[in-house]
Design a protein around this ligand. Structure first.
Ligand code: ATP
Ligand code: MG
Length: 199
């Protein structure tokens, strides 16, 4: 069994996340993709205005429910304490059958910060990393693998460059601009119904 893990704040989830996950699922022939909204993103703990996990979870479910390869996990939201990926992998290893391979999917902006992750060395020894290039952040696989003394653990993936970010979506809503085609329609409907990101 090969499982892709798409972790994020998903504040809100957008088509960039979905296209990345679908591309990785397809190219790497994974069995499923698990979307895991984080409770308290360790690297974003200084951003005070992250919306409630309940809303982020609801939007993640709405965005993924029509894809049979996509599933959503609440393990980070239900766990106490910061959402460290290494603990998440440990928990998933207990849930999935022995021998399941995990593929952590992330953009290069997140990948270049791998050094700062909690117990990064341990994490990189426990799962594979699939990295998509995102504008503004170059990522050298050989360099990073050398630093962590691993080989074949990190893989760059060629994906369509979709330069959408949650930050951009929040800004657009605040400014009264359209977010059509940047998020699934169901997510936009939910955002409007709950008056999210209007401040
Ligand atoms: P924010 O602007 O609030 O930081 P974001 O769009 O970066 O939001 P996150 O929830 O922070 O979304 O991202 C979760 C993961 O998805 C990260 O690994 C990030 O690099 C990746 N990601 C997000 N958007 C894209 C995109 N458009 N293309 C490729 N990877 C992306
Ligand atoms: Mg981000």
């Amino acid at each position: 069994m090969k499982v892709g893990i798409m972790g994020g704040t998903f504040d809100p989830i957008h088509n960039g996340h979905l296209i990345l996950a679908e591309t990785v699922h397809d190219k790497l022939k994974l069995d499923e993709i698990l979307f895991i909204p984080s409770a308290r993103p360790p690297h974003k703990r200084f951003r005070q205005d992250i919306i409630d996990p309940e809303h982020r979870l609801a939007m993640t479910v709405l965005a993924t429910c029509s894809n049979k390869n996509f599933h959503v996990s609440t393990i980070e939201i239900l766990r106490n304490g910061p959402s460290y990926a290494v603990y998440t992998i440990d928990e998933l290893k207990k849930i999935y059958e022995f021998g399941t391979e995990f593929y952590f999917i992330l953009g290069s902006d997140a990948a270049v910060e791998l050094y700062t992750w909690h117990h990064a060395q341990e994490l990189i020894e426990k799962c594979n990393f699939i990295v998509a290039t995102r504008e503004g952040t170059d990522f050298n696989v050989e360099e990073i693998e050398k630093d962590f003394s691993v080989k074949g653990r990190i893989q760059k993936i060629d994906t369509p460059k979709i330069e959408i970010s949650s930050t951009e979506i929040r800004e657009k809503i605040k400014n009264g601009q359209s977010i059509k085609y940047l998020v699934p329609e169901s997510v936009e409907t939910y955002i409007r119904k709950e008056n999210l990101y209007e401040y």
